[in-house]
Design a protein around this ligand. Structure first.
Ligand code: ADP
Ligand code: MG
Length: 472
């Protein structure tokens, strides 16, 4: 059976009549027609939902063969609830119905396997148009499992501080850094901690995509006030990957309003991003709000921290990783903690499947494609400017420019200092890469910073961290 429907522009469902004629209420159906119903329903949903909504909520649902009535496997009860609450009408239109008109579907809930864990809502059960209160936390993304080193010590203690005293220390806390360096891990770490130690606090940990999905779904259901009420009553609001709010003007305004309402009543906000606030293409108002709290950078871990992470990950999967092998891997994989984790898993599987004892040859065979090029050749003025810009929250273009404002000229001097320290090129060549400066400017900057480093412990630590990022 093929159900034909037209693309609908309006958001309400009106396909019931078409399908009514094709469905036999409450009676058993052949496997083929059940599968067709499911395929048609999926096609309809693809048309109705945004891509992110479809990926998050609909794609994880599986059609189960050989069931009568139709059985759908859902990863958890929240997906089932989401489907029933938001698309009830569509379900009744596509699927056979019982005598009371309810869709005849058996939901099989896949018990959460392994790492993912759903924190159930604290608020009463969601009614139509209410906000999704459940969120998924990775069980292993706790503070205890987060390995510290110079590149992330500061941010970890800031996160712990915020989790211990929500709304009372840094607010908002803005965490930024490259891919796979532990931003989501820390965000979930805060969520676990708050969930455990401040049971009464209303908490939401959400990606900006999921926030947008909620917004879309409430706009569709004309229940935006309910959504506002929910978000504005949170005590702790944790938002992952704010960069995906860029160029989404309509959503940005609502997010900004929520943000302001929460901050103004001292509720805790933590945001993660792949760049510092000043480099995001968001409104001035939004950027200014985010910069008002603590903006902290999470850098690439240094060699010792990478070794510790490798050993920790190996221990978690019960794999014995000799320390000289851990050092060898850490020397060759330095950009991204996720890759370190991947390397441990791959090596462990390789040794197990091939029944091999670990040595350097085995490591090379198993991991050589993951190894990165030797460090020094990778260092460049661009790379230095990029790290300094992230660490000191200034634009790279300003670092190359001529502004004498201290907030810009001081980081520029640090970048020059590091360039002279780390690059083998002539002073003239390095200086000209800074937007055509002279070699005497470069030398002056180098001397000034070198002197200050002798007595300024705080500066020494920041420069050291920047240097680790550049070399990592
Ligand atoms: P991001 O959100 O910055 O892209 P994630 O938080 O997803 O990165 O981290 C990627 C992986 O690396 C995760 O499995 C995380 O547990 C792990 N990881 C990152 N930093 C650390 C760390 N300091 N200690 C232990 N594991 C880490
Ligand atoms: Mg992340």
């Amino acid at each position: 059976m093929v159900v034909v429907f037209r693309r609908q522009k309006c958001l309400s469902f009106s396909c019931g009549n078409i399908v009514d004629n094709l469905l036999i209420q409450g009676c058993g159906m052949g496997e083929r027609s059940s599968r067709d119903i499911w395929s048609n329903f999926l096609a309809f949903m693809r048309d109705q939902c945004s891509r992110a909504e479809y990926e998050n909520w609909i794609a994880p649902i599986r059609y189960v063969e050989g069931h009568d009535p139709i059985a759908l496997q859902v990863p958890n009860v929240f997906v089932q609830g989401y489907l029933l609450e938001n698309y009830y009408e569509a379900l009744t239109s596509f699927f056979p119905r019982d005598k009371k008109g309810k869709p005849l579907i058996t939901f099989l809930v896949e018990e959460s396997k392994g790492r993912g864990r759903v924190i159930p809502p604290k608020a009463p059960k969601r009614r139509e148009g209410e906000v999704s209160l459940a969120f998924r936390l990775n069980d292993s993304y706790t503070f205890d499992n987060f390995i510290e080193g110079p590149s992330n010590q500061f941010i970890k203690s800031a996160a712990l501080n915020v989790a211990s005293r929500p709304g009372k220390s840094y607010n908002p806390l803005f965490i930024h850094g490259g891919v796979g360096l532990g931003k989501t891990h820390l965000l979930h770490g805060i969520a676990h901690f708050v969930h455990r130690h401040h049971k009464k606090k209303q908490l939401q940990c959400i990606t900006i995509e999921a926030f947008i999905n909620d917004l879309v779904s409430h706009l569709r259901n004309k229940s935006i006030d309910k959504m506002k009420r929910y978000y504005r009553n949170l005590d702790v609001f944790l938002v992952d990957d704010i960069q995906f709010l860029q160029n989404r003007l309509n959503f940005e305004e609502e997010f900004c309003n929520t943000f302001e309402a929460l901050i103004n009543s001292s509720r805790q906000i933590v945001i993660t991003s792949d760049k510092p606030p000043g480099q995001l293409q968001l409104s001035e108002r939004m950027i200014a709000r985010m910069e008002r709290g603590l903006v902290a950078h999470i850098g690439t871990p240094d060699l010792e921290t990478r070794v510790a992470i490798l050993q920790h990950k190996a221990e978690q999967i019960g794999f014995v990783l000799p320390s000289h092998v851990a050092f060898y891997i850490a020397e060759h994989i330095y950009h991204n903690v996720r890759q370190l984790e991947g390397a441990v898993n791959r090596l462990s599987a390789y040794c197990r499947i091939m029944n091999l004892k670990i040595d350097q040859g085995v490591v090379d065979r198993a991991l050589s494609e993951m190894f990165q090029a030797p460090l020094r050749s990778k260092i460049s003025v661009d790379r230095i400017l990029h790290s300094v810009s992230s660490m000191f929250n200034v634009r790279e273009s300003d670092l190359r420019g001529n502004s004498r404002v201290k907030e810009v000229s001081f980081p520029r001097q640090i970048a020059m200092y590091l360039a002279k320290e780390l690059l083998g090129d002539s002073l003239m060549k390095i200086a000209s890469a800074f937007g055509g400066k002279t070699h005497s400017t470069l030398l002056y900057s180098w001397k000034k910073i070198a002197k200050q480093l002798e007595y300024d412990e705080m500066l020494r630590r920041r420069v050291q961290m920047t240097r680790h990022n550049i070399e990592a």
